[in-house]
Ligand binder design. Structure first.
Ligand code: HEM
Length: 130
């Protein structure tokens, strides 16, 4: 089956809704999201539509700092690996093309960057330079 590429805001909404519906059911990372977000899922999804719309469609509706909300979360490499696995599976199940590839690449780069930053801050907290 050949899927279409991600080309408009409806595609972004489908990708984000499907991804978080899969995430919320996941045994390893579902509860981390559910506990932190609680009854604020509509706002979180809205924000994530804008985030991916900005990256993939170059319609600049997101202005924020993606990293800070992750700094204190109980996550490490295995959680980011699972995030990537679910994200890749979700995108592949719905879309094929240049923007679908870009989504997976950007997701992977950010998951790796978040993980490195979190490891760095944890190490720094245990072994401060000053
Ligand atoms: C296991 C990995 C991850 C977990 C557990 C996680 C969890 C969360 C949670 C709980 C929030 C909401 C914070 C709040 O509103 O209280 C959030 C926000 C967000 N996450 Fe993640 N996340 C993960 C990975 C990622 C990755 C890889 C990306 C990038 C592709 C990402 C992008 C974002 C963005 C853009 C926001 C909104 C930031 C803002 O407030 O402007 N997350 N994440």
């Amino acid at each position: 089956m050949t899927n279409k590429d991600i080309t408009n805001i409806e595609d972004i909404q489908l990708m984000v809704d499907t991804f978080y519906s899969n995430v919320r059911k996941d045994e390893l990372i579902g509860s981390i999201f559910n506990e932190k977000i609680g009854d604020r899922w509509p706002e979180h999804l809205e924000k994530m539509y804008r985030f991916w719309q900005t990256i993939l469609l170059e319609e600049h509706t997101y202005s924020g700092s993606p990293f800070p909300p992750h700094k204190q979360l109980p996550v490490e490499k295995e959680h980011f690996n699972r995030w990537m696995e679910i994200f890749t599976e979700t995108v592949d199940s719905l879309f094929t093309g240049k923007n679908a590839d870009e989504a997976k690449l950007r997701g992977k780069m950010m998951a790796e960057m978040f993980n490195h930053k979190i490891e760095y801050f944890r190490h720094e907290a245990k072994h401060p330079l000053l």
